[in-house]
Design a protein around this ligand. Structure first.
Ligand SMILES: [Zn+2]
Length: 129
């Protein structure tokens, strides 16, 4: 993603949100803003999420995408937010055995990566609650 593209999307990246389907009521992740993955309705409403979540599955990234090379190994999790959204999440830097399934976690704003020209990208990661 270019810095121009990022700036356009920055406000969306800086708070933890999802989209609620106006038809069936299911909450979808932020990248599914145009259509509901369950009933295919295109009437979605943006909602802010509390950032409180529980870990439902936990894994370690040993072979990350190119942009995160050098940060491995790091924790990735499947989480369920208190609003009922199941999504994937990256944990802040911590020992790989610091979390377990069913642990409570909390969204936090962190540096995601440093771009080719030294620009800093921020976004949501998760930490122990
Ligand atoms: Zn729906």
């Amino acid at each position: 993603m270019s810095i121009i593209e990022y700036r356009r999307m920055a406000l969306d990246k800086l708070n933890f949100h999802g989209y609620k389907c106006n038809n069936c009521g299911v909450i979808r992740p932020s990248w599914e803003q145009y259509a509901c993955g369950k009933c295919h309705s295109t009437k979605m409403t943006k909602i802010n999420l509390s950032g409180k979540a529980k870990i439902s599955n936990l894994g370690v990234a040993y072979y990350p995408p190119t942009e995160f090379k050098g940060e491995e190994p790091y924790l990735l999790a499947e989480i369920k937010t208190e609003e009922g959204l199941t999504t994937s999440a990256r944990m802040v830097k911590m020992p790989l055995d610091a979390l377990a399934v069913n642990d409570q976690i909390q969204a936090t704003l962190r540096r995601i990566k440093i771009g080719d020209e030294g620009e800093i990208y921020y976004g949501v990661k998760f930490d122990k609650a």
